[in-house]
Design a protein around this ligand. Structure first.
Ligand code: UN1
Length: 517
């Protein structure tokens, strides 16, 4: 009982999600198998081994692809609203398992339990969205230039969709893809991050129950596990028309080239280097809340995390002081304990990158106003807990141009007009999320205008992270250009067909061409 309390009920959560000590890491639904090496999942929370997962071999993968390809032939024939009903049932199951799954996300990945629950809520939201969407997979109709002809376009499913996801959103990003792909009539093969394989096992178990209860064939939801080589089985496979990959820009460039080499489609969600512009007309209290959550939420490991604050010189000192004060209130520790704000980084490798960034910013002439450092001692035995840091820096510093997946916030000063701040903001390789804090309508509109932010997401008076599922999610430049989640992101999971129908007894040619025999 004592141990149970200390572990915040994680053992019960694992049991309810069907996560065992050793799990088959390959699955086509009810059928789990796997013959590859074991992947061990250690919690960054307490350094304990949670469980192991058998990785996917090439032979296992072939079995998955055969099953998925055959399931597609059945699944695509089911009317889209009926597929939406299956996704609705999946959302119900997620509601039942929300606490357990939120806890596993928190324990395996290290984000706060609140954020773990939030991530499962994103899954539920996208499923609800997809269920409604299943009745709205509309194409357009056009007027033909020929008499007695009709033109329209329709959307058909693509087939097998390959999903490669990252550790930082170990369940939600899969669901953004899969919920849409399923209503579109596709079947999915998912390779979760090898840093969070148990979240994959748990989600697959939940999905499998729903497909089984509806007597649907094996292969609509598939799971594979392993490192980049297992990802390569899919990226190089012409039977997988679409690869949706979330992760680093480095990974995305490799995936994009492999998929392009076979003229497949890819949807890429890669690195961000997100900034908040703080103008003289900003509400400072709101700015501090938005910036602190953006920079330290998920320990700075969101692709939407706030990395740069671009502050007008007239309020620079005021904002800096308010931030330094706010950082003093931050409680760092076990993320399952709801009194803590900041949990651990994913692993020791991430801690090293964090340390490197702090050294680099000082080497380049920056100044640490909140020093940071790695925590040790009781409660920090995993070696993954770090203190969020703030550094005064210059926009052109190499380290400021680079995405470090850790709670390091750079303060940059601008003078003059908002255009100067926008220039600094846009002058990085990445283009995911951006924000401006201002009560000045002109500044806000300039930020949103064609000459404003060049990012996929541009917010006014909210931070850079925490996007809602209803909008299309993604970014430009080195972020990869993909769009997932809401709006019309579903179109990437389908193939478009233009149909022209002649209901006359003549065969007139388009463009007025005469071809009399
Ligand atoms: C990610 O970090 O990969 O906008 C996704 C957000 C979340 C999703 C982040 N809704 O912060």
């Amino acid at each position: 009982m004592q141990a149970e309390t200390v572990r915040f009920g994680i053992d019960k959560a694992l049991e309810s999600l069907g996560v065992k000590a050793v799990n088959e890491g390959t699955s086509t639904g009810a059928n789990h198998f796997g013959s590859g090496d074991l992947i061990a999942s250690y919690s960054p929370v307490d350094g304990q081994l949670i469980a192991q997962v058998k990785s996917t071999t090439k032979t296992d993968y072939e079995k998955v692809l055969e099953t998925a390809t055959s399931a597609f032939k059945t699944w695509r024939l089911m009317p889209a609203p009926q597929r939406g009903e299956i996704v609705r049932q999946f959302a119900d199951k997620l509601r039942e398992k929300k606490e357990a799954l939120g806890k596993l996300v928190s324990y395996e990945m290290g984000k706060s339990y609140q954020e773990g629950l939030g991530e499962v809520q994103e899954m539920i939201d996208i499923c609800d969205f997809a269920a409604g969407l299943s009745r709205q997979l509309h194409g357009l109709t056009m007027h033909s230039e020929r008499p007695g002809h009709r033109m329209y376009e329709q959307y058909h499913p693509l087939g097998v969709v390959g999903i490669i996801s990252a550790f930082n959103f170990p369940v939600a990003v899969w669901s953004w893809n899969t919920a849409l792909a399923w209503v579109c009539g596709d079947v999915c093969v998912w390779k979760p991050s090898e840093k969070t394989p148990l979240c994959g096992i748990a989600c697959q178990n939940i999905a499998s129950e729903v497909f089984k209860a509806n007597n649907l064939p094996e292969g609509i939801s598939c799971l594979i596990n392993g490192d980049y080589q297992v990802g390569e089985f899919m990226t190089k496979d012409t039977r997988v028309p679409l690869i949706s990959a979330t992760g680093s820009t480095r990974m995305g460039k490799i995936v994009a080239q492999e998929v392009a080499a076979r003229l497949g489609k890819s949807l890429l969600e890669l690195g961000g280097n997100n900034a908040i512009i703080v103008t003289p007309d900003a509400d400072i209290k709101m700015t501090v809340i938005g910036a602190v959550f953006g920079a330290v939420g998920t320990a700075g490991q969101r692709c939407t995390s706030t990395r740069r604050l671009i502050i007008h010189e007239s309020i620079y000192d005021q904002v800096k002081t308010a931030l330094v004060d706010a950082y003093k209130q931050l409680r760092i520790g076990n993320p399952l304990d709801q009194t803590n704000h900041v949990g651990p980084l994913i692993d020791v490798e991430a801690v090293n990158l964090y340390k490197k960034a702090l050294t680099a910013v000082v080497d380049e002439g920056g100044n640490l106003v909140v020093e940071g450092g790695v925590l040790s001692g009781e409660g920090y035995e995993s070696g993954c807990y770090v203190k969020p840091a703030i550094a005064e820096a210059q926009p052109e510093f190499k380290i400021v141009q680079h995405e470090t997946f850790a709670p390091v916030l750079y303060l940059l000063k601008y003078s003059g007009d908002v255009e100067n701040a926008i220039d600094i903001q846009n002058n990085v390789a990445q283009g995911l999320s951006s924000a401006i804090m201002t009560n000045n309508l002109r500044e806000a509109e300039r930020f949103l205008s064609v000459a404003g932010s060049d990012c996929g997401i541009a917010n006014v008076n909210i931070g850079t992270s925490g996007a809602e599922i209803g909008g299309a999610f993604g970014g430009e430049k080195e972020t990869g250009g993909g769009r997932e989640s809401g709006s019309d992101a579903w179109k990437v999971y389908m193939r478009r067909q233009t149909n022209t129908i002649n209901y006359t007894t003549e065969l007139p040619l388009a463009q007025g061409i005469k071809f009399d025999l």
